[in-house]
Design a protein. Structure first.
Length: 126
């Protein structure tokens, strides 16, 4: 199986599709589980950030939850997270996207356990 590089920022929203059932169908019998009843509930993911440099905190997140062994950093080293805060999101990809968005950063995850952090193409550099 061939593994491909994926860009995390923007990918979660672009690949999400919603199926809306038609309202003119007959009702299902009560004993038949619907797709919502059979779906397993996943609690939201949480990650605590401190008032410190962004780079070491982001590298720790990538190592712990994506198995990244090497981070190539093309962004400014002086980005800081302003305060103690706990990020909450439905998935780790969404949490990462929420963390990177204010800095106009993106992360490319490669199959060789390397992550590349750089600015979005339309970003205004500091």
């Amino acid at each position: 199986m061939r593994r491909m590089t994926r860009i995390v920022v923007g990918a979660a929203l672009a690949s999400t599709s919603f199926a809306v059932p038609a309202l003119d169908h007959d009702c299902l019998p009560f004993t038949q589980p619907t797709e919502f009843a059979s779906a397993r509930f996943e609690p939201p993911v949480r990650y605590k950030l401190e008032a410190a440099l962004l780079r070491p905190q982001l590298e720790k997140l990538l190592t712990e939850h994506w198995g990244v062994q090497r981070v190539v950093w093309y962004a400014d080293n002086h980005h800081t997270w302003p305060t103690y805060f706990e990020l909450v999101a439905p998935s780790w990809d969404q949490l990462l996207e929420n963390l990177l968005k204010p800095y106009q950063l993106r992360v490319a995850l490669h199959p060789n356990h390397t992550a590349v952090v750089d600015y979005m193409p339309q970003a205004t550099q500091p």
